[in-house]
Design a protein around this ligand. Structure first.
Ligand code: 5GP
Length: 130
């Protein structure tokens, strides 16, 4: 079954488009964290950003930078915050959220974590295969 974003690309579901090229589409998030919150997506449906081929991956981030400039120029915001989540829609998308202060992007609370585990975890990740 194709993703809701593939339906948007196909024009079966409406969106507020802000930019596109052959491989990407950018549109307003339907449930914005801040006014001007956009999503940039590859037109080829793929679930997980780090499974993308190198050239597609690089092209996506170049598209993100293009849209970031447009958002900053349009909103006059100080920083566009970028986030990649993907738990709700399994079609790669990068969130671009205009912000003027830290409080504009509420970060998740840090986890309950025993400081003695830092060394163990750092070692485990250091030694893990790439
Ligand atoms: P994530 O998968 O990164 O957790 O969240 C998916 C994002 O897509 C959410 O911010 C949600 O508001 C947005 N979204 C989900 N469905 C639609 C839709 O049909 N249209 C638009 N414009 N955004 C959507």
């Amino acid at each position: 079954m194709s993703s809701i974003f593939t339906s948007i690309i196909a024009g079966e579901i409406p969106c507020h488009r802000v930019w596109e090229d052959d491989q990407h589409l950018a549109f307003l998030d339907i449930n914005p964290i801040r006014p001007g919150h956009c999503l940039v997506i590859p037109k080829r449906e793929i679930s997980y950003i780090f499974d993308m081929e190198e050239t597609e991956y690089t092209a996506l981030w170049n598209a993100v930078r293009t849209v970031e400039k447009k958002i900053r120029n349009a909103t006059g915001c100080q920083r566009v915050v970028v986030s990649v989540v993907g738990w709700e829609v399994p079609h790669v998308h990068v969130h671009l959220i205009p912000t003027d202060e830290m409080a504009n992007f509420p970060a998740p609370a840090s986890c309950d974590f025993d400081a003695s585990e830092f060394s163990t975890l750092a070692a485990r990740i250091t030694e893990a295969k790439e």
